[in-house]
Write a protein that binds this ligand. Structure first.
Ligand code: SAM
Length: 314
């Protein structure tokens, strides 16, 4: 017998939909298209065809589309004959625009929010406005659609869950390594997840070098490039293999990089961070225990200190 979790794919036939686990419905979704609502609309990440019927309907019905860059969104609107006016909302003006937009929403306006590509808020503007709308009890809805991180995850060949999406890593190597060290410490404390980042092509090799320094050259990974576009490429292998490939072939285009969970040898054991700390805490202060263990496990002192504090409290 299969040990796969049960997940039935019922053929689309109205008579079977009512009683099935997954009910299809053409009427709904929270708040979308109603007056006084903000709808977050996902748009394609490359292939213009990847827009949903509901996304088009919502953009047409909205009074105003908030977007990052009017020129980028204009291309999408033109392709689908959408004539709704647009207003720029990006990281630098989002905070300032919130009071005016909330007033419009409370006055009954139907606003849609898109980013240049993919799902708004995910490494894109919109979170502060969405949070403010929720806090003020304004209706908020979303039209789901493309997202580079989850698409890369499904194509990577790496375990799909749990996964941890990190957005963009810090642009400078020292800060980036420090971010990676925190994740590595979490792995040593038991985290076993596929890790995902967005990255710019000119930083990919530096990023891989830092990943190797912290997670090791043998860690399995994948680089997903130009997903849904003409030159889509998924390269899978160890970090060392990915480094060799992209040293020989300069990376171009839009990139998502992933690494798989740490292997069995990294699974928590008598040598893991927590057990070392717990042992050290028997005879040392939190500060001294952290200093002692940080050297042994090759992690930044402040990371180990934070964990020692938590364990000390427990
Ligand atoms: N909100 C978007 C989403 O839902 O995927 C992501 C926006 S973020 C500003 C843009 C980054 O996502 C790119 O720099 C790249 O790292 C990644 N990305 C976007 N499109 C991609 C694609 N077609 N293939 C691979 N990665 C992509």
């Amino acid at each position: 017998m299969s040990d796969l979790p049960s997940c039935t794919h019922t053929p689309v036939d109205d008579s079977t939909l009512e009683g099935s686990d997954h009910a299809y419905d053409t009427s709904g979704g929270s708040a979308t298209l109603s007056s006084g609502s903000l709808t977050l609309v996902a748009t394609p990440i490359g292939n213009l065809g990847d827009i949903s019927v509901r996304a088009i309907e919502t953009l047409k019905a909205a009074e105003l589309i908030l977007c990052e860059d009017t020129r980028v969104t204009a291309k999408l609107l033109k392709a689908y004959n959408i004539s709704t006016p647009t207003l720029i909302l990006h990281d630098h003006n989002e905070e300032g625009r919130i009071p005016g937009l909330l007033n419009r929403l409370k006055g009954g306006a139907r606003l849609a929010l898109v980013s240049d590509a993919g799902t708004p808020l995910v490494s894109d503007p919109g979170f502060r406005l969405a949070r403010a709308a929720i806090a003020e009890d304004v209706s908020i809805g979303a039209i789901p659609g493309p997202n580079a991180a989850t698409l890369a995850l499904t194509l990577s060949g790496l375990p799909p869950h749990p996964y941890l999406f990190n957005g963009f890593a810090a642009p400078r190597s020292a800060a980036r390594r420090s971010q990676f060290s925190i994740l590595r410490a979490a792995e040593q404390a038991g985290l076993s997840a596929t890790l995902i980042w967005y990255e710019a092509p000119h930083r990919l090799l530096d990023m891989i070098e830092d990943l190797i320094a912290v997670f090791g050259a043998d860690r399995q990974g994948a680089v997903a490039r130009e997903l849904t576009k003409r030159f889509e490429e998924i390269r899978r292998g160890t970090l060392a293999e990915l480094q060799t490939h992209f040293t020989q072939t300069a990376p171009r285009g839009e990139i998502t990089i992933l690494i798989g969970p740490s292997g069995d040898s990294d699974k928590p054991s008598g040598d893991d961070l927590d057990s070392r700390l717990l042992a050290a805490l028997q005879t040392h202060s939190v500060k001294d225990a952290a200093a002692l263990v940080a050297g042994a496990v090759n992690l930044p002192k402040r990371v180990v200190y934070a964990r020692a504090l938590e364990l000390g409290k427990a």
